[in-house]
Write a protein that binds this ligand. Structure first.
Ligand SMILES: Cc1ncc(COP(=O)(O)O)c(C=O)c1O
Length: 418
């Protein structure tokens, strides 16, 4: 292909979504940011909205802000996110972290299947998910069955289906695997869980905002997801949870808090779960963080999630073509699926010196990817703002680091954050 930066710039000129990049704060155009799958960039609209909430709503309206829309923000923003994940407006609510929401839904599910002892997951899952499952299994007296991936990249649906038997209470998986970017077949696995009588819980952290999802059409029971990756909600932004409507009244959060109480301001001392999805709230929402989420979700809805997925697929295909031409001959492996239909919006490249290469990229090449143990240099495409020129430059600079052996001057020790 003999790729050039000019070709990438031509692809940018023809990109119908290119204008969205101007909606983000980009103060250094030479910095190649390929980590929007960990922390999305700052949308200008979110910065303005947070300023308004701080200065006008908090500064002037004070406690009256709760009556002006703060109290209903978790439901209101949940309803917007519902449109991105193929759910009904009253099936999603925003609040707490992904980890806390996982705990709530896992415990609720285990209590709803008291005669079953098994929880099924796999070893591509994100550590916090597995820790929550381990903790919940200990609390509720269940056992955890972790299905192994043969290649570290995928887990076939059939291998999962084989582990889901009549003793399974719950199946919990991350829809887009955090290292390899493998995307599971949501419908097939959800059906396998239901055939066995188990509940299905999906972690959507690496999927939401990067691809259309169809939770209701797939019959999904439960889901969680974060808002700081492709939804650009900012560091520590609250997560969301989804509970299928007909299950809501059957399930109970293990955290009985006053925001999940029926008639919250009656201040009675007997817990009565609020109707519907609201029962899954716990305490006061983190309003300032929540404020940043709303405009950024609106932007994704405006741009169109189908069009964003189309661009993401085109860009990950482009990235892989560049890898094949410029990096594979240098011994860099592809640690992600080749097939776009089962690949999310990030690509992992493997190299035994991955950690030090990552370090050199950040410290001297003005490229920000991230690194996932043991050898994954993870490159995230956020189609709302990643340009083809970003992708080209990211790969070209990565090649220079390897060819010029620039990584050799860095220590092997792992920094605190990778
Ligand atoms: C798949 C997945 N689940 C959960 C989390 C983290 O959850 P929390 O927002 O509670 O830190 C991450 C963080 O990157 C993740 O990738």
């Amino acid at each position: 292909m003999n790729a050039t930066l000019e070709q990438a710039q031509e692809l940018d000129r023809r990109d119908p979504l290119a204008r969205w990049r101007d909606e983000f704060v980009i103060d250094d155009p030479d910095l190649i940011y390929l980590d929007g799958n960990s922390l999305g960039r700052l949308p200008k609209r979110s910065a303005a909205r947070v300023r308004e909430v701080v200065e006008r709503e908090w500064g002037q309206r004070l406690i009256r802000g709760w009556g002006d829309g703060w109290l209903t923000a978790p439901q209101r923003i949940g309803a917007q996110i519902a449109r991105l994940i193929g759910a009904a407006a009253d099936e999603v609510i925003v609040g707490d972290s992904t980890t806390v929401n996982l705990f709530k839904l896992v415990m609720a599910a285990l209590h709803a299947r008291p005669d079953r002892r098994k929880i099924v997951t796999d070893d591509l899952n994100f550590p916090t998910d597995v820790y929550v499952l381990q903790g919940a299994a200990k609390l509720a007296g269940n056992r955890l069955d972790v299905v192994r991936s043969e290649d570290g990249i995928t887990v076939p649906s059939a291998a999962l289906a084989a582990a889901i038997d009549a003793d399974a209470a719950l199946v919990e998986l991350t829809h887009t695997a955090f290292k390899s970017g493998y995307v599971y077949d949501m419908k097939t696995i959800t059906e396998a869980a239901h055939r066995a009588g188990a509940l299905m819980l999906w972690d959507l952290c690496h999927s939401v905002g990067a691809m259309p999802l169809a939770l209701d059409a797939c019959g999904v029971d439960l889901a969680v997801g974060c808002t700081y990756k492709y939804l650009n909600g900012g560091p520590g932004a609250p997560a969301f949870l989804f509970v299928r409507r007909d299950l809501q009244e059957q399930l109970l959060s293990p955290i009985w808090g006053w925001f999940g109480q029926r008639g919250q301001f009656d201040m009675t001392l007997d817990y009565q779960p609020a109707p519907g999805i609201t029962r899954f709230l716990a305490g006061t929402p983190t309003l300032l963080s929540l404020a940043a989420v709303e405009p950024s979700v609106e932007m994704i809805l405006e741009a169109g999630i189908d069009r964003l997925r189309e661009k993401s697929v085109r860009q990950t295909e482009y990235l892989m073509a560049l890898w094949e031409e410029m990096l594979a001959p240098l011994g860099v492996k592809l640690n992600s699926p080749r097939d776009a239909t089962c690949r999310g919006s990030h690509v992992s490249l493997g190299h035994p010196e991955g950690l030090r290469i990552d370090r050199a990229l950040i410290e001297e090449m003005r490229v920000i990817p991230d690194f996932r143990f043991p050898d994954n240099i993870r490159l995230g495409i956020a189609p709302l703002y990643t340009s083809y020129a970003d992708v080209y430059e990211g790969i070209a600079r990565l090649r220079r680091v390897i060819v010029e052996r620039r990584y050799e001057k860095y220590p092997h020790a792992r920094p605190a954050v990778t």
